[in-house]
Design a protein around this ligand. Structure first.
Ligand SMILES: Nc1ncnc2c1ncn2[C@@H]1O[C@H](COP(=O)(O)OP(=O)(O)OP(=O)(O)O)[C@@H](O)[C@H]1O
Ligand SMILES: [Mg+2]
Length: 281
């Protein structure tokens, strides 16, 4: 091997590896495809081959498919910019569906407004700006139930049982709370309407490991009360440990789908999406 600079690779081994990882991911996407969802009546919620985007003619979701059965926790993981938040927002009616279908309990909810979805039992906790910082904890929870104000007291008691901190801090401004506490307010607010489906977008992002763990435990508790959950997570391993099934999204498409355990045990998923290089790429 020559040691003249001209014969050296243009980039180092890590970059090479990152490059091959990118190519390997492209191959996976070529081959994977989500496959058609059979009978919609088997599922509480189905997003079937959905295309959506922000700018006309530019799709961010390129035919994404996701199903949720009654009682499940389903996790969505994938690299930054994969379209995870976009998928959740599209399900929640914040983005127009350009192609494909979204069905809740056998009924199309394509292009229904977020208000209508809340009334149909769908709760959504956005990735960012998910509390009103200048309002108190109690006022934030009141906002959650503004469609049914009379139920406030009864629902507050239920939600406070799950998150005792919300009762302790009820008169404090949400903006004065820590990130983890604010996340509890955001989840509590979504639960005020007694949803049957809860959409959580990165509920543990930016939290200390202890708070992250608490959030995962709360999600399991919420699920145990009969709420089916779709959660997007940056803490992919932990998410796959607690979810019933997981989806790996990449470039607005399904890369891998399986039980949380199967995905954790799949060397390709580990190499392409859970390794440190994969994260950096
Ligand atoms: N409001 C917007 N307008 C235009 N493009 C957007 C908008 N929001 C997101 N995008 C683009 O859509 C793509 C997918 O973004 P999305 O937020 O869904 O990714 P994500 O998988 O949630 O990523 P992250 O892990 O960083 O949260 C990205 O290329 C992003 O730049
Ligand atoms: Mg996101």
């Amino acid at each position: 091997m020559s040691d003249t600079p001209g014969n050296q690779p243009e980039h180092g081994p890590d970059e090479d590896k990152a490059h091959t990882l990118q190519e390997a991911r492209e191959d996976v996407l070529e081959r994977s495809g989500a496959g058609a969802v059979g009978d919609y009546s088997d599922y509480l919620l189905v997003a079937d081959e959905v295309k959506a985007g922000y700018i006309p003619e530019v799709n961010i979701l390129n035919g994404c498919t996701l199903t949720l059965r009654e009682g499940e926790v389903v996790g969505i993981i994938g690299p930054n910019g994969a379209g995870k938040s976009t998928l959740i927002k599209t399900i929640f009616g914040l983005l127009a569906v350009r192609e494909g279908s979204i069905v809740l309990r056998g009924e199309s909810i394509v292009n229904r407004s977020a208000h209508e979805l809340v009334s149909s039992g769908v709760g959504y906790v956005p990735q960012t700006q998910n509390v009103f910082p200048t309002l108190t904890v109690e006022e934030n929870l009141q906002m959650g139930v503004f469609l049914r104000p009379k139920t406030f007291t009864a629902r507050f008691d239920v939600v406070a049982e799950l998150f005792p901190l919300l009762a302790e801090r009820r008169k404090q401004k949400a903006g004065a709370l820590s990130g983890g506490e604010r996340q509890m307010v955001a989840m509590g607010r979504a639960l005020m309407m007694e949803p049957s489906v809860l959409l959580l977008d990165e509920p543990t992002a930016g939290l200390s490991p202890i708070f992250q763990d608490e959030v995962f435990q709360r999600v399991k508790q919420i699920n145990a009360t009969g709420v089916s959950v779709i959660m997007v997570e940056q803490n992919a391993r932990r998410c796959l440990q607690i979810c019933d099934r997981g989806y790996v999204l990449d470039q607005g498409r399904n890369a891998y789908t399986g039980s949380g355990r199967d995905l954790l045990d799949d060397p390709n998923v580990v190499e392409l999406y859970l390794g440190t290089l994969a994260k950096a790429g």
